[in-house]
Design a protein around this ligand. Structure first.
Ligand code: GLN
Length: 280
């Protein structure tokens, strides 16, 4: 039986050979999750062998070599310090998206406030705002898997959230009004998708990425409709791509939003646009 250290090293070599960008990191997460071993325990016991090597080990290393995203293999990822279940069919939460959540938390105390997360995917934005900000959250997505995974995540996190299935606002009960609307809609230009890294291009849902020819389809639709669903003075926060820091603010201003501003993520890329509806 190979020692933990040998298992780890051989996984690193195979992942490197397959061109996986963070081979050591990924090998460690697969090892730790598969053998339920902490970092401290590994350092202490790396010359020892596990009692058995479960088939899951080989399966996960092999699939990661085929560039299946790590989060799908582990079935879980972290966002805003909270655990979120993920599986193929929902976009994997990105750290960049925390920029949006942090901005909302800075500007609004969610107690007694209604929030809508459009195109919710795993539910990471709406549910972390419910959990950390105290918002009453409504989530919506067109995809069956997104709705299922969001419901699962709401239950796991103990969040009260109403989750609807439909195209943008279409499934929402008439008469609802929100203090805050957030969305990370599909925003990649269709033609750009083929050039993305294999993890994203081959395994993440195209439906969560493709923003049509110019990438702006969903921003146009949201800008046109969001005002009617917001209370006076209500706020809209949208994640955007690194090259949409001018086009999306323009669309929001054209639609009548005030205080339109852009925020950058930790990598310095434009990442979020916020607009406010008039309070009169
Ligand atoms: N940020 C994602 C990516 O880089 C895109 C997410 C989206 O289209 N909303 O793949």
């Amino acid at each position: 039986m190979p020692a933990y250290e040998e298992l780890f090293q051989s996984a690193v070599r195979r992942l490197e050979k397959a061109g996986v960008p963070e081979a050591e990191w990924d090998a460690w997460y697969i090892l730790s999750d598969t053998f339920h071993i902490s970092r401290a325990e590994y350092l202490w016991r790396k010359k020892e062998s596990p009692k058995q090597v479960p088939p899951l080990w080989e399966e996960r290393v092999r699939e990661r070599c085929r560039r299946v995203p790590l989060a799908y293999l582990l079935g879980q990822t972290e966002f805003m310090g909270l655990p979120f279940a993920v599986r193929p069919g929902v976009l994997i939460p990105r750290q960049d998206t925390e920029t949006l959540v942090e901005w909302v938390l800075e500007e609004t105390d969610g107690e007694g406030k209604n929030l809508l997360d459009l195109c919710c995917g795993s539910g990471c934005i709406g549910l972390s705002l419910a959990k950390l900000g105290g918002f009453e959250a409504v989530l919506c997505d067109l995809s069956d898997t997104a709705v299922e995974v969001s419901r699962e995540n709401a239950a796991r996190l103990g969040c009260r959230a109403r989750i609807y299935q439909g195209d943008l606002f279409a499934a929402l009960p008439a008469g609802l009004r929100f203090d805050v609307i957030v969305s990370n809609p599909p925003y990649i230009q269709s033609a750009v998708i083929e050039g993305l890294m294999p993890e994203v291009r081959d395994y993440e849902p195209r439906m969560a990425l493709d923003g049509a020819e110019d990438g702006l389809l969903f921003y146009r639709r949201i800008a046109a409709q969001a005002g009617a669903w917001l209370v006076p003075g209500g706020r809209l926060y949208l994640e955007i791509g690194y090259d949409q820091g001018e086009s999306v603010p323009f669309l929001l201003r054209e639609a009548g939003f005030l205080q339109v501003e852009v925020r950058r993520d930790l990598a310095g890329q434009t990442r979020v646009v916020r607009g406010v509806v008039s309070d009169v």
